[in-house]
Design a protein around this ligand. Structure first.
Ligand code: GDP
Ligand code: IMO
Ligand code: MG
Length: 429
């Protein structure tokens, strides 16, 4: 099997969906392995926009699209997403879409808990979750209470599991909300969804083995980004899954030996949605300008993304821990009108210069980013497809990043459209 894992190197929204769509042209299958519909991957093809949250981005090219066991699935949302993409002219059928029978479910009670919990927290204590029930669903999985698609084989036992989950959560829901939630309506709604989704449910580890035996090309589509990883990210301001590429094996059942290449997706600047530390954030007119030109609004919640400069310390740790072999630099065109560009090359923490990402950046105010300033190019790069056609200062910016992180940039994305790219090295041929 030739395989490639895609991972975001920042706090998500690096443009993974666009790159998965680009590379999916040479893939036989695209696999999601973690997260859920907290992801929002935008693809722009001939001015038509496709927004995917749970469906792997390969579905738009009608490639075999697999939701691996590590993904938490909200069946109500999945039905809706299938309906919406079908209305956009993309066929979803049993030959191009498969869900693992080992996926855990996001139930309506998980969504409810996610939102009331956030409401109970004050100000910066809020994580700023997407409110989709991701955390509570993973918690039930880890607590060994969770429900999987395979549980629908025995309805009596399934109902007992529903009762036990609802009883467990109702203890504190009743305390804070003054009322309990009945499992019955939700049980019936989810059962109905299952009936329409059951045709897609399969043993996906076996399917991946069969694809490997046939030497097929598999693209693993990471969601979120390295710094939202539960272990390696800016805890507690993270998501509830491991976003690192090594989880592609656990979250899909693909033997780790199948994972051959890892491609890190990096925005030419940095953004973050939700709370948490962000050393290079520009909460001023620079951040506003990046956000305006980059159209930095969350795909899932519509929230304004916080914006700032590129952070080399973050990138270096993401490259090392993820095992990244090459990078894709996205949204270069967003920097076209800046006279000067900054790249953070070290931090000053308690008067000490730090060159490697520290173990726990818990409060922003202690971290002073130290920048290298490069001349901007103040010319249009949007849509450029050849490196030599880039203004010299843009070429210098790219080469400087490569030098600072000791990793090659294989693709440069110069616009949201599928074909707005500079391919420097073929990474998936
Ligand atoms: P993902 O979550 O990593 O897939 O990223 P999102 O889709 O949430 O956010 C990236 C946004 O930037 C989307 O609206 C893309 O259409 C857009 N985009 C991707 N690459 C480029 C690029 O090179 N230039 C510009 N201007 N927009 C891009
Ligand atoms: P894609 O795949 C950006 C953030 C949320 C919040 C934190 C926890 O589009 O890059 P959660 O709902 O997961 O419990 O929220 O993680 N977050 C994302 N930010 N892009 C994403 O996905 C995200 N998925 C979750 O904003 O800060
Ligand atoms: Mg996104």
């Amino acid at each position: 099997m030739t395989s490639l894992v895609i991972v975001g190197t920042q706090w998500g929204d690096e443009g993974k969906g666009k790159i998965v769509d680009l590379l999916a042209s040479s893939a036989d299958a695209v696999v999601r392995f973690q997260g859920g519909h907290n992801a929002g991957h935008t693809l722009v093809i001939n001015s038509k926009t496709f927004k995917l949250s749970l469906l792997p981005s390969g579905i738009v090219r009608q490639k075999l699209s697999i939701i691996g066991n590590g993904v938490v699935v909200d069946p109500i949302h999945l039905e809706k997403e299938i309906r919406e993409i079908t209305n956009q002219g993309i066929e979803v059928n049993t030959s191009n879409f498969v869900i693992s029978s080992d996926c855990f479910l996001i139930l309506p009670i998980h969504r409810y808990i996610d939102s009331i919990r956030e409401n109970l927290k004050q100000g910066s204590k809020k994580i700023g979750t997407t409110g989709r029930g991701i955390g509570p669903a993973y918690e039930d999985k880890v607590s060994r209470r969770g429900i999987r698609f395979s549980d629908f084989k025995n309805l009596k036992e399934l109902e007992e599991k529903f009762i036990s989950i609802y009883n467990h959560h109702n203890v504190w829901i009743e305390k804070f909300e003054g009322k309990e939630i009945s499992y019955l309506d939700d049980f019936e709604i989810i059962l109905k969804c299952y009936q329409s989704l059951s045709k897609y449910i399969e043993n996906t580890w076996l399917l991946l083995k069969q694809l490997n035996d046939k030497n097929k090309k598999i693209l693993f589509e990471g969601a979120q980004g390295f710094y939202l990883d539960l272990d390696h990210g800016t805890y507690p301001y993270v998501t509830s899954s491991n976003t690192v590429p090594s989880n592609a094996s656990i979250g899909s059942g693909a033997n780790p030996k199948y994972l051959k290449r890892i491609l890190g997706i990096t925005k030419a600047y940095t953004t973050r949605v939700g709370n948490g530390p962000f050393p290079t954030e520009e909460s001023n007119e620079i951040g506003e300008k990046l956000g305006k030109i980059g159209n930095e609004f969350g795909t899932v919640t519509g929230r304004k993304r916080r914006c700032g400069w590129l952070d080399i310390l973050m990138l270096k740790k993401a490259i090392t821990v993820s095992g990244i072999n090459g990078l894709v630099l996205t949204k270069l065109d967003v920097l076209d009108s800046f006279r000067d560009l900054k790249i953070c090359t070290s931090y000053k923490i308690n008067n000490q210069i730090v060159k490697d990402y520290p173990s726990n950046i818990s409060s922003n105010h202690q971290v002073i980013p130290i920048y290298e300033t490069l001349k901007g190019w103040e010319e249009k790069t949007k849509g450029i497809t050849k490196f030599e056609k880039l203004p010299l200062n843009a070429q210098n910016f790219i080469k400087r990043i490569e030098t600072l992180v000791s990793c090659n940039i294989d693709i440069i994305s110069t616009g949201p459209e599928r074909d707005e790219n500079i391919i420097i090295n073929e990474v998936f041929s």
